[in-house]
Design a protein around this ligand. Structure first.
Ligand code: C2E
Ligand code: MG
Ligand code: MG
Length: 689
């Protein structure tokens, strides 16, 4: 059996050397093989030739003395443990050598065989452990992963070089000053604290993705493992962590995700991405009350091209089609490829059907011009199906199906053309858009007029106020109800100009009545929520009153509950200014919106108008009766007066009077009237029944 450990003995005294040999032999310990030299020079040569597991050295040899001897040995074999064997007299030198890294020292006189071999064994073993530890640390220091250990109470015990570098810490920073938790992105810190560490402590290990904060404050995504280390008795000793920078992987993942969303041939959004965009566009269209068009485009003779010119020519054609489609559209429109020769187009913020028709004509024209392919010129045409949103209720799938169906319609009506999904709806849309167009010029052309409907005080029978109701006398379509064109004006934003005109006209009219001998005449004007949002109401009201030379107390504004639900703070400010000006404020169509007592108490209101729908079935319908009663009770409690709208019958009137309604408005007393008719009423009054 080969001895396990090779020992170099530096000893110039033959007697001492013999003694050493005997002691090792006496112990019967065959693991040590002793090789002796008597001079330092020899020792250094030998060490240079081959490695030893241990050196036993006398410090005083013929060619060297004291600490120098140890330091020379240490220099030539830094990883080999050294035990000094000294005489009594130079014990202090030996101690100094231990301070410089010698493993141990033994005093010759008191030496016995067991102590010697135990010291040798211990030195060798300790050195082995130390070497192993160094190797492991070298690995931890060499890796580019961030490695650390922390105590159970969170103090940093070890942080490798990479860790210092990644976290932007000076290499010589004291670990006591490092709180690793502060070096995580906030969300990751929460994850590590609340999930990762508790999980590691519970299960032994946690694996997941977190993010560190680099020196430039950017987030570095890392894949991290946290391990809980326990003693054999199960006590938690420390936690270790290895974190690996995965920025590159993330980038690759993003690239892959991109690939998964785009058609590799044309670079256009693929089916999934297109559907996604469509869904979002539909949400926007609903929110902003805008129109969007979805087109389904199928090439008419693609298969022929593929069959006659081959697939690569077919591919090239598809690429060219993709390019042409994009060229015909605005940058914000989306072209997608669903697969094969099927393309889709999404056009947002459409102004009119005419605008869409222009685009469709252009698409057909562009697609049908020849494409140079495989040495010849190829002509393709397309069949296009179109649908619009919002036409009615439809989800993404339905809309795609509609466009698809319209495309088949186009195919069957002879190809190279476009068709809309559902003709009737199309006509409706077209008419609406035409109406919106006409409305633009309605004010200039004096097609708008106002009628006035009296509100009557139930106690005195006096006309308390005249509600201005706008009328549109369309040159072709005749009288159009405000219930039709006010919503259109709101959607197109024309409500701003229209509302302005109504307000001015009503103020002028009221001033005329006052001048004609009815100094208490008052008008109320409907203000839509959109108008309120679009325009500076305070300014507009002020200028309308000034221009008409009308006192502010002559004007009431009817606002809707919806307005107050939108942005109470902003609205409240404006209402207060109006109130301070002297204008009174009424809530129109009360009960149809989302009434909340909170805002009623809050706002400087003067009057509630019970909506017609609650008046209509009075008094027989118990629900309506209950609602009317509670509105009246609540309003009076809040010191608001109540006007009932749409009073048509004596029974309705009687009920309302009994319940304490302050004023009524409806066909029972007067329809909306021309200014001239109003004057007659003002002169002779309205008979209360
Ligand atoms: P509104 O403000 O609630 O006006 C009351 C509506 O009820 C008027 O319809 C009026 O003619 C009608 N009405 C009055 N008494 C009776 C009745 O006894 N029975 C029935 N069935 N109906 C009655 P109109 O004039 O068609 O106006 C409809 C709506 O259009 C108004 O409802 C108001 O919201 C809006 N509107 C009218 N003019 C304007 C305006 O200048 N600006 C704004 N923003 N909206 C207006
Ligand atoms: Mg009204
Ligand atoms: Mg109303």
């Amino acid at each position: 059996m080969n001895p396990e450990f090779r020992v170099l003995v530096l000893e110039d005294n033959p007697g001492d050397l013999r003694l050493l040999r005997e002691m090792v032999a006496d112990e019967g310990d065959m693991r040590f093989h002793l090789n002796a030299v008597s001079r330092l020079m020899e020792a250094l040569e030998v060490l240079d030739d081959e490695p030893y597991d241990l050196i036993l050295a006398d410090l005083n040899v013929p060619d060297s003395n004291g600490l120098d001897t140890f330091q020379s040995l240490q220099k030539s074999a830094p990883d080999t443990p050294v035990i000094l064997v000294t005489g009594n007299t130079d014990e202090s030198t030996a101690l100094a050598a231990v301070a410089h890294g010698a493993q141990d020292y033994l005093v010759k006189d008191g030496l016995d065989a067991r102590a010697l071999t135990r010291a040798m064994m211990y030195a060798v073993e300790r050195n082995r452990v130390e070497q192993e530890r160094r190797q492991l640390v070298a690995i931890l220091e060499a890796t580019t992963d961030v490695v650390w250990t922390i105590t159970p109470d969170g103090r940093t015990r070890f942080l490798n070089q990479a860790g210092h570098a990644v976290l932007g810490l000076a290499p010589d920073i004291g670990l006591a000053a490092v709180d690793l938790m502060e070096h995580f992105a906030p969300w990751a810190m929460r994850l590590v604290r609340e999930e990762a560490i508790p999980c590691a402590i519970r299960d032994g290990v946690w694996l997941g993705e977190t993010a560190l904060i680099g020196p430039d404050r950017t987030e570095i995504p890392v894949s991290q493992i946290i391990i809980a280390h326990r003693s054999s008795s199960g006590r938690l000793l420390f936690l270790s962590s290895i974190a690996r920078d995965i920025r590159e992987r993330k980038k690759t993942e993003e690239r892959l995700a991109r690939l998964a969303q785009f058609d590799p041939l044309t670079g256009l959004p693929n089916r999934d991405l297109f559907r996604d965009r469509l869904t979002h566009a539909m949400q926007r269209a609903r929110r902003h009350e805008r129109l969007l068009a979805l087109l389904f485009i199928d090439l008419d003779n693609f298969k022929d091209v593929n069959d006659t010119l081959g697939h690569s020519a077919g591919d090239q054609l598809l690429k060219e089609v993709g390019k042409r489609l994009e060229r015909c559209l605005r940058a914000e429109d989306t072209v997608g490829r669903l697969g094969g020769d099927e393309f889709t187009v999404l056009i947002e913020n459409l102004e009119s059907i005419e605008q869409l028709q222009v685009v469709l004509d252009k698409l057909l024209r562009e697609l049908s011009t020849g494409v140079p392919l495989a040495g010849t010129e190829v002509f393709v045409t397309a069949s296009i199906g179109a649908t619009l949103y919002p036409l009615g209720e439809a989800d993404t799938e339905t809309l795609l199906k509609q466009a698809d169906a319209a495309m088949y319609q186009a195919k069957s009506s002879g190809r190279n053309n476009y068709q809309f999904y559902s003709h009737e709806l199309q006509i409706r849309i077209t008419q609406r858009l035409a109406l919106a167009n006409d409305l633009r010029r309605a004010v200039e052309r004096r097609e708008l007029t106002l009628e006035y409907q009296p509100q009557v005080d139930v106690m005195t029978g006096a006309v308390t106020c005249l509600e201005a109701l706008v009328r549109w006398n369309h040159p072709r379509d005749g009288l159009i109800s405000p219930r039709v064109f006010i919503p259109i004006a709101e959607q197109t934003g024309q409500i701003g100009a229209l509302g302005d005109w109504v307000l001015r006209a009503a103020c002028r009219q009221c001033a005329l009545w006052r001048a004609a001998g009815h100094p208490h005449a008052r008008v109320s004007v409907n203000v839509s929520a959109r108008q309120f949002r679009l325009t500076n109401m305070v300014h507009i009201v002020r200028s309308a009153l000034d221009d008409a030379h009308l006192d502010a107390d002559a004007l009431e504004l009817e606002i809707t509950e919806g307005l107050m639900m939108e942005n109470l703070n902003a609205v409240e400010g404006v209402l207060r200014e109006l109130r301070e000006m002297g204008v009174t404020l009424a809530v129109d169509d009360f009960g149809t919106g989302y009434s909340s007592l909170a805002y009623l108490k809050h706002l400087p209101l003067h009057c509630l108008k019970i909506d017609q729908s609650f008046v209509r079935d009075l008094p027989s319908d118990s629900d309506s009766a209950a609602i009317a009663r509670s509105i009246l009770a609540m309003a009076h409690h809040l010191n608001l007066s109540v006007v009932a709208e749409g009073v048509e019958t004596q029974e309705q009137y009687d009920f309302l009077v009994d319940e304490g309604c302050d004023a009524v408005q409806g066909f029972l007393f007067a329809r909306p009237l021309s200014p001239l008719a109003v004057e007659a009423v003002l002169r002779s009054g309205l008979a209360l029944r």
